[in-house]
Design a protein around this ligand. Structure first.
Ligand SMILES: [Zn+2]
Ligand SMILES: [Zn+2]
Length: 249
């Protein structure tokens, strides 16, 4: 049994995957629990204006295929949120704004905004790819110790408010670590964090499930014991009860 709670379809500006093909790909790869989470960007910046879709049409399509209704809600922390977030089973909150060139200094700015914006939106389930800017740093440098106080504050807020943390496996095949890094996952564990969702962030069918197996192994190494599963309601499932050997790598 494998999971993938971060998959993009043609509703996203940067993906063309069709829902029936996503379903087939998941079945082939033994991914028994998955959620499509398309980009919906709420931002004052012009570049994000096209990254939205009709939520009613989206919901109808998910219902047609008996899929949960997920969304990757990108928010700049500034623009007013004027969609009904109550329509979603899974809201994966993201922040995609970067200060370029992407350096340790821009990591800090990113975290400051993130720390701020998570406190101003109640209706989200999970925080996506916490150290996201690392993907865009020239050498994929990990976040330095100087960022750890802020990271702690963010993780503490998630733990205390029942929000999940995403382990995004997309970067494992790029720089060998998930978003967030092992070091950050250890801080999360230290703070008593237990609610993790796993997602490949696949924009292409062939990337569905990519890195999930490694993600589960990383969780075992760090001592994180549960994966969050949605089957009409949210449950924490023990890693030891999942068997993933032989599944997609
Ligand atoms: Zn994202
Ligand atoms: Zn994504």
């Amino acid at each position: 049994m494998l999971v993938d709670y971060h998959i993009h379809s043609y509703f996203s500006h940067d993906s063309e995957s069709l829902l029936p093909d996503i379903i087939t790909a998941c079945h082939k790869k033994s991914i028994t629990s998955f959620i499509v989470t398309d980009h919906y960007e709420i931002s004052v910046r012009e570049i994000w204006k096209e990254w939205v879709f009709d939520i009613d049409v989206y919901k109808k399509q998910m219902d047609k295929y008996f899929l949960p209704v997920g969304i990757e809600l990108g928010w700049d922390g500034v623009a007013p949120i004027n969609i009904d977030l109550g329509k979603f089973d899974f809201i994966l909150l993201s922040h995609h704004d970067l200060d370029e060139p992407v350096t340790q200094e821009s990591y800090l700015k990113y975290l400051e905004r993130l720390n701020n914006l998570i406190r101003r939106i109640d209706d989200f389930h999970c925080l996506a790819h916490l150290d996201f800017p690392r993907r865009y740093n020239k050498n994929h440098e990990p976040f330095s110790r100087d960022t750890h106080d802020l990271i702690r504050e963010i993780l503490k807020y998630l733990v205390e408010n029942g929000k999940f943390l995403e382990l995004n496996t997309r970067s494992i095949s790029i720089f060998g670590e998930p978003n967030p890094s092992l070091e950050i996952l250890k801080i999360y564990k230290e703070l008593g964090g237990e609610m993790i969702t796993l997602g490949s962030d696949a924009h292409y069918l062939e990337n569905i499930g990519l890195g999930i197996k490694q993600g589960l192994e990383i969780m075992m190494d760090v001592g994180l014991k549960y994966v969050m599963i949605f089957d009409g309601e949210w449950r924490a499932v023990k890693l030891s009860s999942l068997s993933w050997k032989g599944g997609v790598s």
